[in-house]
Design a protein around this ligand. Structure first.
Ligand code: AKG
Ligand code: FE2
Length: 292
């Protein structure tokens, strides 16, 4: 009998070898912030403890200055709405996971739009994954807001129930087979809560207290789930996805219900929407203002 699983895996390996070299292989290390696009994608992920603490200071500034009221409202919203989705069995406070946040039809429609011809020009090819950046470029000077198309904006509106404000930025990542994202923190350019909608494939996300931490806390992400993390998880932990063809369920997976230790779960192409608020924005000048 033909072993389709093996054949498929061979195909995947072949496809991948055309886009990567052996040096590209993932190791747990600091994120590659050598190009600006990647810096946007990992949102100024930092590599040294110095930068790290200044990042945390900036996060605190965001909270203590302009956003205290907003942040308190948001925290209250979390208590009201997310308490039942909080992941237990972990020392990390403040990770929430909602399974089946969207339906299969909604997932299909999103995927159709992600791969629609009209969005072809939106793809930015990084060394190890592709992305689409929607809403503007989050930079320290302030993001010039851009209109988010309706097919995505409806999800900004949907998750605003947790943020108490409509997110204005979506980073859409596409991971082919064994691609991932280096451990990083999302940093001070964003309001310190991130929501991630998974499409197309499962994967394991690792949370690291320190880079090179072997004993990570892991979250198994299913398609159509919404992961949210804030406070402790946002500020004090790196998160990343390993470059693997399979995820293996270990003791460290926090949400093991329905899974077995040692179980191997094959990856497919995964698309994720990272939906966030960029608090520091500058208004786009109108055409009339530009002409003056
Ligand atoms: O794809 C994911 O689930 C993670 C994306 C992420 O960490 C980011 O965009 O900062
Ligand atoms: Fe991230």
């Amino acid at each position: 009998m033909i072993d389709f699983k093996k054949l498929l895996l061979e195909e995947k390996k072949k496809a991948l070898s055309q886009t990567s070299t052996s040096q590209d292989k993932f190791q747990i290390q600091a994120p590659d912030i050598s190009n600006t696009t990647n810096r946007i994608s990992t949102a100024t992920a930092t590599t040294t403890s110095n930068q790290d603490s200044s990042d945390n200071e900036s996060i605190d500034n965001i909270l203590s200055n302009q956003n205290t009221v907003e942040y308190n409202l948001f925290l209250k919203g979390i208590q009201d709405k997310l308490v039942q989705y909080k992941l237990k069995n972990t020392e990390i406070d403040s990770i929430y996971l909602i399974e089946n946040y969207i339906t299969e039809e909604e997932e299909k429609e999103l995927m159709e739009n992600v791969y629609a011809d009209e969005n072809d020009g939106q793809w930015v090819q990084l060394k190890r994954r592709r992305l689409q950046n929607w809403g503007g470029q989050p930079i320290p000077k302030g993001m010039v807001e851009e209109i988010i198309p309706k097919w995505l904006d409806i999800y900004c509106i949907k998750v605003s129930e947790f943020f108490k404000k409509k997110p204005n930025h979506i980073l859409l990542n596409e991971y082919s087979y064994n691609q991932g994202i280096f451990p990083h923190k999302d940093g001070p350019l964003f309001f310190p809560c991130v929501s991630i909608l998974s499409l197309g494939s499962t994967c394991i996300m690792d949370f690291y207290k320190e880079l090179n931490d072997k004993n990570t806390q892991q979250v198994f992400l299913r398609p159509r789930s919404l992961l949210l993390f804030t406070q402790d998880a946002y500020k004090n932990y790196y998160h990343g996805i390993r470059e693997e063809y399979f995820d293996i369920i270990t003791e460290n997976v926090i949400n093991k219900e329905g899974l077995e230790i040692g179980q191997e779960i094959e990856r497919e192409v995964r698309v994720s929407l990272t939906i966030r608020i960029v608090p520091n924005t500058i208004r786009k000048r109108t055409k009339e203002e530009q002409e003056q």
